[in-house]
Design a protein around this ligand. Structure first.
Ligand code: 5GP
Ligand code: ZN
Length: 115
């Protein structure tokens, strides 16, 4: 998807603060964090939104979920974290490349209800 901002990040055409990468997944910090730690895990393949994922993506989606606590702990979130996947206009999705937000950390500005 040539006009997809996250595909451009996967391709290295737009820089990111990388958290993790393997053959299928990329994790990087959100450019506009809502919590002291806020990053996202995305599939490298372009899936626009969660409700466009299929059974063939089962393993990929499972890997995203299982990676979340590993990376959260590595980012210092030892007391838990929040995961959010916004889907479609009704879910407040802004970037149409599937991504799972992971955020948390101690802060008076941490407003989990905002995501
Ligand atoms: P959504 O509302 O689609 O779930 O969230 C999109 C997220 O992507 C937002 O939190 C926004 O800050 C983040 N974002 C948008 N553009 C960029 C970018 O170019 N780089 C990074 N690192 N994050 C981005
Ligand atoms: Zn994309």
């Amino acid at each position: 998807m040539s006009d997809c901002i996250f595909c451009k990040i996967v391709a290295g055409d737009i820089p990111c603060k990388k958290v993790y990468e393997d053959g299928e997944l990329l994790a990087f910090h959100d450019i506009n964090p809502v919590a002291p730690v806020h990053f996202m895990i995305i599939p490298k393949a372009h899936i626009a939104r969660l409700d466009e994922a299929h059974a063939k993506h089962e393993l990929l989606l499972g890997r995203m979920l299982l990676l979340a606590p590993i990376l959260a702990k590595a980012q210092g979130l030892n007391n838990g974290f929040r995961t959010v996947i916004n889907t479609g206009p009704g879910g407040g999705q802004d970037v149409y490349h599937l991504h799972m937000h992971i955020f948390g950390g101690e802060s008076a500005d941490f407003r989990p209800h905002r995501m």
